[in-house]
Design a protein around this ligand. Structure first.
Ligand code: PLP
Length: 395
């Protein structure tokens, strides 16, 4: 009999973390590896935020806090939703967790019974299906094509709904494609969801502030008839370059928020008191950093998309958010190149040219790969040259 539980056997380690780890190992072994696998901004946390954390330490904010977040941070989160999304919440509709990841995990653990279905549009963030599986639920993957901009359509949503559907996940802008849903697109999904009154919506807005070309961010809770059935998750990790601080939050129905707190009270307790103080400053302090940073990301995106589309066999859509692109390598998967799958492509690229990217199949769509351009322009230039040489060598 194995010591490992059956529920753990249902899941696998995160493939994106695995690629980052592999790149780290190769680098430690002396190889000149360019890692384009990481899902975090390469910028540092702004100084005003760091200073707020230092002040918190000096002031003695070093003790347990309320399990689901300090009153000050909850107030800052309420202010953020009101200011940026025109959404009003009260304190008992807010929860703070150790990263957006913990909030999502708790939400599934708190709500899923065995066999409950969660609609997950693919390509998806790698953790959604495994979190659902761990909680005993059933991921219902709906593949969204390149022609659909990798976005869920009302027709596909309608088809995926069953009596067991408990949640549908929306992630805009998306990891791994960068695709953002327009207000109109969200409205058409909302029409379907308004008719299916038992389904809850999990909106993962973690990339809200990483967007380009005047893309208007719209979140589904803004459709007020769905607000009572929507859990909106967000956090400071990506917007404020604070991945290591581990602060995420969510707003939504009181019963779910309370249940999330209950799980947290018996598992991790409160997120770090110091990180919470820093997050208050991130949300309430000056926001100019976001625009400047988005400008730098946009330049990188434009460069990467253009470079990739100049490579024979590669095709890349230009996304309007996040710091990822999701190019197709289908044009290079054939007998002549001896590459059958995106995993072959990614493995060979790492072996031959020391560039680490993640295979599309890890995100639920074969024939693609994900590039994170959250790295310097210098690295990106080198990486694009190497990818080009690699693809040309296959001819
Ligand atoms: N949701 C998506 C789509 C993400 O890409 C990530 C992080 O990679 C998260 C949630 C989790 O963010 P956090 O670092 O706040 O846990």
């Amino acid at each position: 009999m194995s010591i490992i539980s059956d529920s753990l056997k249902r899941i696998k380690p995160s493939p994106t973390i695995a690629v980052t780890q592999k790149a780290r190992e190769l680098r430690a072994a002396g190889k000149d590896v360019i890692g384009l696998g990481a899902g975090e901004p390469d910028f540092d946390t702004p100084d005003n935020i760091k200073n707020a954390a230092i002040r918190a330490i000096k002031k003695g904010d070093t003790k347990y806090t309320a399990v689901d977040g300090t009153p000050a941070l909850k107030k800052a989160v309420i202010g953020k939703f009101r200011r940026e999304n025109k959404l009003n919440y009260s304190t008992d509709q807010i929860t703070i967790g150790t990263g957006g990841k913990q909030v999502l995990y708790n939400a599934f653990m708190a709500t899923l019974n065995k066999g409950d279905e969660v609609i997950i549009p693919a390509p998806f963030w790698v953790s959604y299906p495994d979190m659902v599986l761990l909680a005993g639920g059933k991921p219902k993957i709906v593949k969204c094509t390149e022609q659909e901009g990798f976005k869920l359509t009302a027709k596909k949503l309608k088809k995926a709904i069953s009596k067991r559907t408990k949640w549908v996940i929306l992630n805009s802008p998306s990891n791994p494609t960068g695709a953002g849903y327009t207000k109109k697109e969200i409205q058409s999904l909302a029409k379907v969801l308004a008719r299916n009154k038992k389904i809850y919506i999990l909106s993962d807005d973690i990339y809200e502030h990483v967007r380009y070309d005047n893309f208007n961010f719209f979140t589904i809770a803004q459709i007020l008839k769905l607000k009572d059935r929507t859990l909106t998750m967000n956090g400071v990790s990506k917007s404020y370059a604070m991945t290591g601080w581990r602060i995420g939050y969510a707003a939504g129905p009181r019963d779910i928020i309370k249940a999330i707190g209950k799980i947290q009270s018996q598992s991790t307790s409160n997120p770090s008191s110091i990180s919470q103080a820093a997050a208050v400053e991130a949300l309430n302090g000056k926001q100019g950093f976001i625009k400047k940073r988005s400008h730098a990301f946009k330049q990188r995106r434009d460069f990467v998309v253009k470079s990739l589309n100049n490579i024979k066999g590669i095709n890349c859509l230009k996304p309007n958010g996040a710091f990822y692109v999701f190019p197709s390598c289908k044009g290079l998967l054939n007998k002549k190149t001896k590459l059958k799958t995106d995993t072959d492509f990614v493995k060979k690229l790492l072996e031959k040219e020391n560039v680490a990217v993640v295979q599309g199949s890890a995100f639920g769509l074969d024939g693609y790969f994900r590039i994170s351009y959250a790295t310097s322009m210098k690295n990106l230039k080198k990486a694009m040259n190497r990818i080009k040489s690699f693809c040309e060598s296959l001819e």
